[in-house]
Design a protein around this ligand. Structure first.
Ligand SMILES: Nc1ncnc2c1ncn2[C@@H]1O[C@H](COP(=O)(O)OP(=O)(O)OP(=O)(O)O)[C@@H](O)[C@H]1O
Ligand SMILES: [Mg+2]
Length: 478
């Protein structure tokens, strides 16, 4: 191998090891104390105390599993952390009920109807916890013997001796079990479990009595006690699947492979009815629990009037998840109608919705968020560069300034420095325009562009609340 290609290989492995940094990757939870009080800066979240506390109560409600079919709306100006809050909620839920995150525009596709897409999203957010009792054999391996046949056609024969602190038994192994013993590399001294129904072998660790062979095993060996009692035990295992998973597996056209391709198409109502019935039977027999989770629909103003009507009804079903919506719109038209409504959501849905408002950040909060982002992007800044970024954020927007961090880092690297200075920030500010400067530019050079409209019309099209309010007033006068 020549040196050049070796170098390339090394570079390639560096790339694989790098963690990707997403816009919300710094968020690890809601940052609440045990008394549900938000700390000012915790788990990547800064400020927005009221909204975080409210979100905390929603997570608590879902975890307790007693409420279903509620709607929550997170409303606030752009960049005030609505999507961030939803990410935090999802992180808090990660070990229990399912949380589905989607954007309203995903509902619209040429392949499936909006009602079907919404149904799938809702059912994806309802978990079924299935309890199963299985018989297992658990013990320490005393000896494994596998006899290879003299001829290639003969079957292998094997024996496995297992013990607990109280008993020892010899098991004969069949062909399949021999294969998994070889695959799992089971040797004397391992503590293993064998699932009696499936024959699956799992290695739990090494026996403490073998701890003195440590050198021969490497540092990663886990030492545990030899199990006591009988070799055969009953164990309760729980699996969590979603209603949607069960739908897909049972819809004959697609089969379970569709779960991986995501190409599920429309699922027939009869299939769903049957599954609902089966699930409620399991529930009565104590085999399964229904765990409603969270469906988060971002940019909810993109839904049209039919979708809103569908949601109204769907929320009243027995096993509906909690639907959290987010929007940055003011009073604007409901999609599919000419009617104006707050947030572009019909009044009848708003009426059953708990609304969480997010508030604009103070300068101190903005600089805390920027500091967290710099750590996340592995960028070190001088104090003055950080305060310059915070000042810029007030003039432009938090999002724009977050983008400048990455550009400044590249500029800093180019001059082979390790710390980003005010010059790097200024340079990147000059290289990339923010929304306001770009609009000013367009207004100044209006005559050189095609199809130029004056600014007020752009505002009302974007659902700017001030402009839309004046529309409402006009409508009322008429
Ligand atoms: N309280 C916060 N703590 C930490 N980071 C935050 C906080 N609020 C927002 N951010 C970060 O700021 C950026 C913008 O926030 P986010 O995307 O959540 O805004 P939004 O309210 O969803 O805006 P939009 O209405 O445009 O969708 C994101 O990178 C987000 O992670
Ligand atoms: Mg958002």
């Amino acid at each position: 191998m020549d040196i050049g290609s070796h170098d390339q290989l090394a570079k390639a492995s560096e790339v694989i090891l790098t963690n990707r940094v997403g816009v919300h990757s710094h968020i690890r939870g809601l940052g609440l104390s045990n008394e549900m009080e938000p700390r000012q800066v915790a788990q990547g979240l800064v400020g927005q105390v009221k909204a975080r506390k409210a979100a905390g109560y929603i997570v608590k409600m879902v975890k307790e599993g007693r409420v279903t079919g509620r709607a929550v709306l997170i409303a606030g100006q752009p960049g005030t952390g609505k999507t961030a809050l939803a990410m935090a909620i999802a992180k808090e839920m990660s070990d229990g009920a399912p949380a589905t995150l989607m954007s309203a525009s995903e509902i619209f596709s040429p392949e499936v109807s909006t009602a079907e897409a919404l149904t799938q999203a809702l059912r994806r957010s309802v978990g079924i916890r299935i309890k199963e009792e299985t018989e297992i054999i658990e013990g320490e391996v005393v000896e494994v013997t596998i006899e290879r046949p003299a001829t290639t056609s003969g079957a292998k024969a094997g024996r496995l001796t297992l013990k607990t602190t109280e008993m020892e038994t010899i098991y004969d192994l069949g062909g399949k079990m021999i294969e998994s013993v070889i695959k799992e590399n089971i040797t004397a001294g391992d503590i293993i479990t064998i699932d009696k129904a499936t024959g699956r072998i799992a290695k739990l660790g090494r026996s403490f009595t073998r701890a003195r062979d440590y050198d021969a095993q490497g540092a990663q060996a886990r030492f545990i006690q030899t199990p006591d009692g009988e070799l055969q035990k009953r164990k309760e295992v729980t699996h969590m699947v979603t209603l949607h998973d069960i739908d897909v597996i049972n819809s004959r056209q697609q089969g379970f492979l569709a779960l991986f391709s995501g190409d599920t198409g429309e699922i027939k109502q009869e299939v769903r009815d049957q599954i609902n019935q089966k699930v409620s039977e399991w529930k009565e027999e104590g085999k399964a629990d229904i765990v409603p989770g969270i469906l988060f629909i971002d940019e909810v103003h993109m839904l049209n009037i039919e979708c809103f009507a569908f949601l109204n009804r769907a929320l009243e079903a027995d096993n509906a998840p909690i639907v959290i919506m987010a929007t940055n719109r003011g009073i604007t038209k409901i999609r599919g109608t000419n009617e104006l409504s707050p947030h572009g959501i019909p009044m009848d849905l708003l009426d059953r919705t708990l609304i969480i408002m997010t508030e604009p950040y103070t300068s101190a909060e903005i600089s805390s968020i920027l500091k967290i982002r710099c750590e996340e992007e592995d960028a070190s800044l001088t104090e003055s560069a950080l305060s310059q970024l915070s000042d810029l954020a007030k003039e432009t927007s938090l999002r724009y300034v977050m983008q400048l961090i990455m550009v400044s880092k590249v500029l800093c690297k180019r001059r082979k420095a390790t710390e980003i200075t005010t010059e790097d920030v200024l340079k990147s500010y000059q290289l990339f325009s923010d929304e306001k400067r770009s609009e000013d530019w367009l207004n100044q050079h209006a005559d050189q562009y095609l199809f130029h409209h004056s600014a007020p019309e752009i505002n009302s099209a974007a659902g700017n609340s001030a402009a839309a309010v004046s529309h409402v007033e006009e409508a009322m006068v008429m």
